[in-house]
Design a protein around this ligand. Sequence first.
Ligand code: SF4
Length: 102
Amino acid sequence: MSLAEIEALYRRPLNELLAESWALRQANFPLLLKLAVPGARHYEVEGFRNTPHRFVGVSLTGRACALGCEHCRGELLAAMHPATTPGALRALADELVAKGFS
Ligand code: SF4
């Protein structure tokens, strides 16, 4: 895509882009929405309940977050396993597998 095409895309009205995007989505994907549910929080709604520790959260930045979103300020990272180096990530994976995670 050329720079001119990208600039033209930015100038198009959002509603037009959304309608076009939705049409493309419908034409190419089934009407099915799959969600991953992290284990950091417990969810229980009609027809679904997540299992704690089934979906392990891992933070490659440890407790550091460069964005600092207003609703979170990095608190989400506190519930995750830190793995800030390849070796730490490997050790964590080995530890989780040994505990029966799959
Ligand atoms: S949601 Fe929380 S952890 Fe994620 S980027 Fe925002 S502040 Fe950082």
